[in-house]
Design a protein around this ligand. Structure first.
Ligand SMILES: C[S@@+](CC[C@H](N)C(=O)[O-])C[C@H]1O[C@@H](n2cnc3c(N)ncnc32)[C@H](O)[C@@H]1O
Length: 269
């Protein structure tokens, strides 16, 4: 029987360390690539322990590449995996890397874990990942640790929250503007786990969304959306009898927004 990722980790010849909860998450996302001809990149080689795990997990057809800033790590290179020395927070490193290696399928970032490392890696790598591929940023709890110069507006977790907006800004009927820096032609979905953020890349699935109507019978049912959220409109209208219609509607909307926000504000603390 095939070994699980956890079992492979426990029996690895070289030292490695990973948080316990990561194994289930990785197994869930990586299983479909087992035995396939994929290129898998891990940033952070350290003692070389994880690279042999990945080779055994993905199988002989996989191309496994480790990246580390420490030139000493080159000594772990062998027939099963390549090791490339470089700094993940240097955009020029990534240009050279992809020129040499070409597009890849999965990138797992277990490198320096600073905001700079994680944000530059994401912005440089997403476009170079094949459709159906993944970018996984590990140890994102560092966004909350001063030790990693984080806990600030430019933390990686804050950057990921911006990418949530970016993905939603694809919605076609609204007046939002595309973010100045956008990856929403590449990122199809984002998944958050404790200490892990996963970006699923798929250009074919990020095309403009279309509203579809079927040929079913229309029963003339009134759409009562928003009714449940309304404030006492009759009372408000009587108070504003002499206000022009357009202005009155805008004011009613403002009051309703204010009252509704008050009800949910506590869930944002
Ligand atoms: C947590 S260890 C990697 C552990 C390994 N993935 C494992 O599971 O056994 C982090 C590694 O990232 C490397 N690293 C730190 N900052 C880096 C950077 N800016 N670019 C590339 N590698 C970096 C370190 O030299 C170190 O070897």
């Amino acid at each position: 029987m095939k070994k699980t990722l956890r079992e492979l980790f426990e029996s690895s010849k070289n030292y490695s360390f990973k948080w316990e909860k990561y194994f289930d998450v990785y197994d869930n996302y990586f299983r479909k690539y087992q035995g396939k001809k994929i290129t898998f990149v891990e940033i952070g080689v350290f003692n070389g322990g994880s690279l042999s795990i990945w080779k055994e997990y993905f199988g002989p057809q996989s191309r496994i590449i480790g990246i580390d800033i420490n030139p000493e790590c080159k000594k772990f290179e062998n027939d099963e995996f390549e090791i490339i020395i470089g700094n993940q927070s240097d955009p020029i490193f990534w240009d050279k890397f992809f020129n040499k290696v070409g597009k890849v399928d999965i990138i797992l970032d277990d490198g320096g874990h600073t905001n700079l490392d994680q944000v530059i890696t994401t912005t440089k790598c997403v476009e170079k990942i094949n459709d159906s591929g993944l970018l996984i940023i590990e140890d994102t709890h560092t966004s909350y640790l001063n030790h990693y110069n984080s806990k600030n507006r430019y933390s990686f977790i804050n950057f990921s929250k911006k990418i949530i907006d970016d993905v939603n800004y694809k919605f076609p009927f609204d007046d939002h503007k595309k973010k100045i820096f956008s990856l929403n032609d590449y990122i199809y979905s984002i998944h958050f786990y404790e200490s892990i953020v996963i970006f699923e890349i798929d250009r074919t699935k990020t095309k403009e969304n279309k509203l579809l109507n079927n040929d079913g019978v229309f029963h003339n049912i009134k759409d009562l959306s928003f009714q449940a959220n309304q404030i006492n409109i009759k009372r408000l209208k009587s108070l504003m009898q002499n206000t022009p219609f357009g202005k009155m509607n805008r004011l009613i909307k403002k009051f309703a927004d204010f009252a509704n926000n008050k009800k949910i504000k506590k869930f944002f603390d």
